[in-house]
Every structure is written in structure tokens, then in C-alpha cells.
Design a protein around this ligand. Structure first.
Ligand SMILES: O=P(O)(O)OC[C@H]1O[C@H](O[C@H]2O[C@H](CO)[C@@H](O)[C@H](O)[C@H]2O)[C@H](O)[C@@H](O)[C@@H]1O
Length: 385
């Protein structure tokens, strides 16, 4: 019997929970201590009725599972030699996008690269205060250059206006609220005519409900020091980064009590954050598909989408790319995680280095292309009539 990290969906609350289970050949049992996974974030996805029943025995067990999941979604640093060994073997399957740069650009030859960028943890480093997650001027300048050469979209869990206030580049596409609020560039985009009028809000009917939940959660979580509730328009984030770990179960209980009254809302998790959102089948993956379609690449074989993200919610987009067999995902992570991304980068500074290389590569290939065209023109002109 071995311990495995398992991701299950609680059918009642909709929460994706990460728990450690002892696995034999024929059955699954939750471990008595419900310890956090040995390698945080390294999961297999299963659906076992028995497992869910175990979690349902009483509310306490369910809350324990929530807290385990909160821990698992908050991996920190590689501490033990065993974990760094895991990292070494993980890297073999998800090599650095910087090391594989040539292979990547070779695979994209003759195709239009379309860039999708998550915000927090990808373009800006993770900080304690979500209102101060600024991106650097150098990163902004890099993304601005990137958008000159490739259609570029920001795909974030944040409210669209908020992420725009951080990025401040009018020429980009923005998909806020985990893709539930998509808008085309507000400044003329050279990539798609009419993009300025593009707006997609598939969860608009949930707006009053989400606002009500936001206000209730704000009130209910007041008693938990450090908890922060963020209104992301079509979803709500409950942050526990600054909450003492001893208080996590209290916070989980508060959120669970509120959520019980709203069966049309579900819970997902990000980095030290509980995210409440409508149950509609819409996520960052759907947003990516919608944007590709809006750009006119719905059924094209000559498109090469690249999605860079650091969070569990980005996995939906990585999966879409895997399933389409087009382009690829890059996971930003310093630790091994189960992912559908093909490549990895360790942190936002590496993301910036990768984007810069992409810009330089494109600039050089365009220069080469124009030089060659000029040369051909010259040869044509020098030929006798
Ligand atoms: O899809 P994303 O753009 O990655 O948004 C996901 C969540 O990001 C933000 O929270 C995360 O970043 C904060 C600032 O660094 C950090 O304090 C927090 O612990 C992280 O979870 C944002 O505040 C959330 O609303 C988004 O859901």
C-alpha cells in the first residue's frame, strides 16, 4: 500500500480537494492523519464514491479535507533532498522553456503564435497584499513589445478592470474573472478588425448573486484575522495568505456555511486563496478557445497558441492546448506539480526572459525575411528585360 496525492471533487460544494490516500490494488482509504501531500501539488485525479463518503461522514471531516486542500494548494519551497530529487525527475518531463527555446520556435515555424498570459505569479511576483501585486516596468515594456509581434491576451482570476489597472496596456485582449469577462483591445489592434467591440460575459446573470456573496463573506470573515475578501466581479476570492494556519479551518467553515446557501456557486482553489464562482461550464480553457475563435483561428492549423500560467485554474487552458494538439502550455513553478503544461519556468523573471527571447527571435526572423525580399528585388531589377 502506498500514499498518493489525490484530487477529488466534492459533489455538494463543488470544491476540488487534494487529500492523501493510502492506495492498495483494489481500494482507496483516506489516511487517518490526513497529512498534507508529500510533494505538494502532485496529484492524480480520481473519482471514487467511497472516498467521498469517507469525507462526508461529518462536517468536521469535510473541513479537514478543505484544510488539507488549502495546504496542498499553498506549496512553499523545496526543503528536503528527496523533494529536490523529485524536482529533477519532474524537470525531465517539463523542461525549462528557456532551455528548449529553439525547439519551441522551430515547432512554431510558419504558424501564427498567439500569446496567453496569466497575471498573478506569472507577470507579477506573489505578494501578501493582492492590491499591491504590481508588475515591474520592465515586464510591462516586454509585454508591450510582445503584443507588437503577436496577438496577446491576459487571462486572470481577477476582475478585468483591476488586472487592466495593473497591466495598463490598451492593445491587449483581457479575460478577467477566470475568463468570464472578456474584452477586446481598447486601442486599435492590428490583429483583428472590430476587436474593440468584443465583449463576452457568459456569467452575467450571476452578477447580483456574486455581489451578495461577496458582501456576506466580507461580514462573516471579519472575525478571522488576516482574511481578505476580494470582489472579482463574476467571482469572489477569499485570501488566507495572511491567516494563521491554526485559523484555516475556522475560515473554511465560514466560507462553507455561506456557500451552502448558494448551490449555483462552486469553489476552486488557487495559491492561498479560495475562489467562489458560478457553476457554469466556463473557465480559462473556454476563454482561450473563445479568444482564438474571435481572432479568426477557430479551425486553423497554422496557429500556435502559447499559454503561460502558475495556478491550478490555468490547467484548464493547458488541457485545451493538449487536446487540440496545438501550441503548448508553460507552467510557472519552482516545485513539481501535476500539470498538462509541456514546459516550465521557475518565476516571473524567467517568464520575462522567455518573452524577451521570443520578441528578439521574431524581430530577427522578420529582418531576415525583409533582407531576403530586398535582395530578390535587387536581383530581379538587375536582370535584363
Ligand atoms: O489568475 P490569476 O491572475 O493568477 O489570479 C488568481 C488570483 O490571483 C490573486 O491572488 C494571488 O496573488 C496575490 C498577490 O500576489 C496573493 O496575495 C494571493 O495569495 C494569490 O492567490 C488575486 O488576488 C485573486 O483574486 C485571484 O483569484
Amino acid at each position: 500500500m502506498t500514499n498518493q496525492n489525490v484530487m477529488v471533487t466534492d459533489t455538494k460544494s463543488g470544491i476540488n480537494m487534494a487529500i492523501t490516500v493510502a492506495v492498495s490494488n483494489s481500494s482507496l482509504f483516506t489516511t487517518a492523519a490526513q497529512k498534507p501531500p508529500a510533494v505538494p501539488g502532485s496529484y492524480i485525479t480520481i473519482s471514487k464514491k467511497k472516498l467521498l463518503q469517507n469525507l462526508d461522514i461529518n462536517g468536521g471531516a469535510r473541513i479537514n479535507a478543505w484544510v488539507d486542500s488549502m495546504r496542498a494548494s499553498s506549496p512553499t519551497h523545496i526543503k528536503s533532498p528527496a523533494l529536490s530529487e523529485d524536482l529533477n525527475s519532474w524537470i525531465v518531463h517539463h523542461p525549462s522553456a528557456l532551455d528548449m527555446f529553439e525547439q519551441i520556435t522551430n515547432a512554431s515555424k510558419g504558424k501564427q503564435i498567439v500569446m496567453f498570459l496569466d497575471y498573478d505569479g506569472t507577470l507579477s511576483p506573489i505578494v501578501d497584499d493582492p492590491d499591491r501585486a504590481f508588475m515591474s516596468d520592465a515586464m510591462r515594456a516586454t509585454v508591450r513589445k510582445l503584443a507588437r509581434y503577436f496577438p496577446t491576451a491576459i487571462v486572470s482570476g481577477r476582475c478585468r478592470d483591476k488586472v487592466y489597472s495593473f497591466v495598463r496596456l490598451a492593445e491587449l485582449y483581457y479575460a478577467g474573472s477566470h475568463g468570464m469577462d472578456i474584452k477586446g483591445p481598447s486601442k486599435g489592434s492590428k490583429y483583428k478588425k472590430g476587436a474593440q467591440s468584443l465583449l463576452c460575459q457568459p456569467a452575467s446573470e450571476f452578477l447580483p448573486m456574486v455581489d451578495e456573496v461577496y458582501k456576506t463573506l466580507l461580514e462573516v470573515t471579519k472575525s478571522t484575522p488576516g482574511a481578505k475578501v476580494e470582489n472579482n466581479k463574476f467571482c469572489v476570492s477569499v485570501h488566507f495568505r495572511c491567516v494563521d494556519e491554526k485559523k484555516w479551518s475556522e475560515l473554511a467553515q465560514q466560507v462553507r456555511t455561506v456557500l451552502k446557501e448558494y448551490p449555483k456557486l462552486r469553489l476552486t482553489q488557487g495559491r492561498k486563496v479560495l475562489e467562489i464562482r458560478p457553476t457554469i461550464k466556463w473557465d480559462k480553457g473556454k476563454a482561450l478557445e473563445f479568444l482564438l475563435e474571435s481572432l479568426g483561428y477557430a479551425n486553423c492549423t497554422d496557429v500556435f497558441p502559447v499559454y503561460i500560467g502558475d495556478d491550478r485554474t490555468d490547467e484548464d487552458a493547458f488541457k485545451v492546448l493538449r487536446d487540440r494538439g496545438q501550441g503548448f502550455g508553460i507552467l510557472v513553478s519552482k516545485i513539481p506539480k501535476d500539470t498538462s503544461a509541456s514546459y516550465s519556468l521557475q518565476e516571473p523573471s524567467e517568464v520575462m526572459a522567455f518573452l524577451r527571447r521570443l520578441v528578439d527571435w521574431k524581430r530577427m526572423s522578420l529582418r531576415r525575411h525583409f533582407r531576403m525580399r530586398r535582395r530578390l528585388e535587387e536581383i530581379k531589377m538587375s536582370l535584363p528585360n
